[in-house]
Structures are given as C-alpha cells and as structure tokens.
Design a protein around this ligand. Structure first.
Ligand code: ASP
Length: 364
C-alpha cells in the first residue's frame, strides 16, 4: 500500500488523535520521501525561507536578497512588504479588511536572531507596512511593543507616510458585512454581487541565511470586523512569531485567540530545541492549541471550528508547516527554488464540524 506523506500523517494523527502517531509517521517517512530528502539535505538548501502561501513572491525575494548577503530579517521583511502593499490581499496592510467600525487596524512583530532583539506594533492605523514599523521599534527604541495612537505617532516621527488603507473594494466588503450580520438593525440587505468575506492569510515569514542566522516576521490586518482595539497574535512576540538564533524560527496564521493562549511560535521553537523536526513541532503546537480551546469552539470529537497554521524553519535549513485541516499549502524558497508545498495536518477537511460557526471563530 502506498500512502502519501499527507495521508500518512493526516490519517495517523486523526486516528490516534494524538501526536504519537504523527511523530511516528514523520519519522517513518525517512529516508525515501520528499520529507526524508529534505531532512537529510539540511544545510545545503540554505539560504531558505518559509512562509504562509500568500508569501510565494516574498520567499523568492527574501532568498534572492540573502544570496546577496542580506540580513535574514531585512530579507523576510522585504518579502512580506510585497503582500502588505498589495491592495488585492485583504488580510494584510493596504486593502486589509477593517474592524467593525470600518477602520483598518494592523498588527506586526519581528525578531532578529543574531542580535536577539524584537519589535512589535498593535492596532496601528494608516501605515501600510507595520512590519517595518515593528523593526523601527526594535532598531530605534528601548521598547519592544507600541500600540494604537502611540505606535502611529512613532511611525510618523520615523518618517513613515500616512495613507488611507481602506480600499474601495475592502469598504464594499465591510458594508456588505455590516448590512448582513444583524437582521434586526437598520441596514437593508442588498442583492448585489459583493461577497461577505472573512480574512485568512496574515503573512508570517521565517528566513535563515547560508551561515545560519535567522529572522522572523508576521504582519496582518487581523481578524476581519474585530472589535476596535483588538490585538491578535501577530503582534505578540512568542505567539505570532518567534526566533532563536541557536534553534530556528516559527510563526502562525489563523485564529490568533487560539494561538496566543499557547504562546504558539515560542512553543514550536522550544519543540525544535528539544529535537522535534519543524513539521513535528508545528503538529505538536496544533495539538496543544486544541487542548486549550474552549468548548464552544470544538465539536464533541474536539474538532476545532477555526483555522490555525504554524510555519517553522530550523537553523540548518529544514522547514515545515502544519494546519489543523488538510488542503492548505505553504510557501518555501531554498536551493530548489520558490514553490508551494502541502501543509501537514491533523484532520481531513471532511472532518471539520458542519453547521453554524460563532461569528468570529473562522477567519476564512
Ligand atoms: N492571526 C490573525 C489574527 O488573529 C488572523 C489570521 O491569520 O487570519 O489577528
């Protein structure tokens, strides 16, 4: 019988509803499968970059920069800037979906492995590249985390340009949501072709140079239609991203509220420190997040009603990603070029609970 890596890991983990099987499956995938080759190949695939799927252009750019000796964090940030400035991506920066008041509030954080520094901004408005503001907090202040009006004031002082981030398209989607979400309010429903969308696709990017230096960054417009002032995991060092130059880096996309409670990116890096492969570490973090999920967000078999994905890279260039449900891809760039690969997963998409979902649980 021949099983694909996805079937093997997914079926194994689902059957066992635990990590033991996922781990065994990963280990037994060595040495013939692509996973095995990758793990065996380790050092010679650097510089290497891993990100959420919407970073496919960014990982290529980041690797290209590192081939020219760029710093890993500068390279990763240049990679995510592409998505932040893309008005058609409704989950990040310019064109991101707004909060319930129609205001785009952005979160970002970053870590620089070689100097062991970090920076972050939360609920910042009117600045398209919060990843760069987070880096400026890291580079130019004694602090790590600035939020709201203070973060914007700092950005303007640093020379960032103010701009309206709510594109016409995002505004139309928000209006549609506003009209539809409460049947008892005074907004009439319209039969137009604008679709209510919930964002999924915060961008996390983790990069390692040929010499093993590491950088990580995550940037997002956060959960669409969130309560004004809500800050998600992306802005939180240790949750949305984390980097330890001795070990590796990790980050996440998906339901921030599930990730924050387990300090997910830190958890993944610690798993790698203790010997787990990047992919195994991501699977373990998903298991931990599910263990920590409140009853209203899981069904009776503990299948979550939300999405959550981890991405990880090790100092030697190994990489991996895992999503709760099957079918998602992540982006990677290394000596074999830039490409999308399937995420490992815990459960098949067909096992996702059906029926009404709490409004903000799902981000896609
Ligand atoms: N993680 C982001 C947040 O919770 C949202 C997402 O990735 O979809 O703000």
């Amino acid at each position: 019988m021949s099983l694909t890596r996805r079937d093997f890991i997914g079926a194994g983990a689902a059957a066992a509803a635990g990590l033991a099987m996922a781990r065994t499956a990963s280990a037994s995938a060595l040495p013939d499968s692509p996973v095995g080759r990758r793990r065996g190949a380790a050092a010679d695939n650097r510089p290497a970059v891993v990100s959420s799927a919407n970073g496919i252009r960014g990982v290529a750019k980041a690797r290209e920069m590192m081939l020219q000796n760029a710093d890993p964090l500068d390279a990763a940030i240049a990679g995510v800037n592409i998505t932040e400035l893309d008005p058609t991506d409704h989950s990040v920066g310019l064109g991101g979906l707004p909060n319930e008041d129609g205001v785009v509030q952005l979160d970002a954080s970053c870590m620089h492995g070689p100097t062991r520094r970090a920076g972050a901004v939360g609920a910042i408005e009117d600045i398209a590249t919060p990843s760069l503001v987070a880096k400026a907090v890291m580079d130019y202040t004694d602090h790590i985390f600035l939020v709201g009006a203070g973060a914007k004031k700092f950005a303007l002082e640093m020379g960032f340009k103010e701009q309206n981030l709510l594109t016409d398209e995002a505004r139309q989607i928000w209006l549609k949501w506003k009209a539809n979400h409460d049947p008892n309010d005074a907004w009439l429903d319209h039969d137009d072709d604008v679709k209510v969308q919930f964002t999924h696709g915060t961008i996390n990017m983790n990069a390692v140079t040929a010499g093993g230096d590491i950088g990580s960054v995550t940037t997002t417009s956060g959960m669409s239609y969130k309560i004004p002032g809500r800050v998600g995991d992306s802005a939180i060092v240790g949750a949305g991203q984390y980097c330890d130059n001795d070990v590796g880096a990790s980050g996440s996309t998906g339901r921030g509220e599930a990730n924050i409670k387990i300090a997910g990116a830190f958890f993944v890096v610690e798993q790698m420190r203790n010997g787990a492969s990047p992919e195994e570490a991501c699977l373990r973090a998903l298991q931990r997040a599910i263990q920590m999920t409140e009853a209203r967000l899981v069904d009776e078999r503990k299948r979550p009603r939300y999405d959550l994905t981890y991405y990880a890279i090790a100092k030697d260039g190994r990489y991996g990603s895992a999503n709760i449900y099957s079918g998602l891809q992540f982006a990677v760039a290394d000596a074999r070029g830039a490409r999308l690969e399937p995420c490992a997963y815990l459960f098949k998409e067909s096992e996702r609970p059906r029926g009404p979902v709490p409004m903000h649980a799902l981000s896609r």
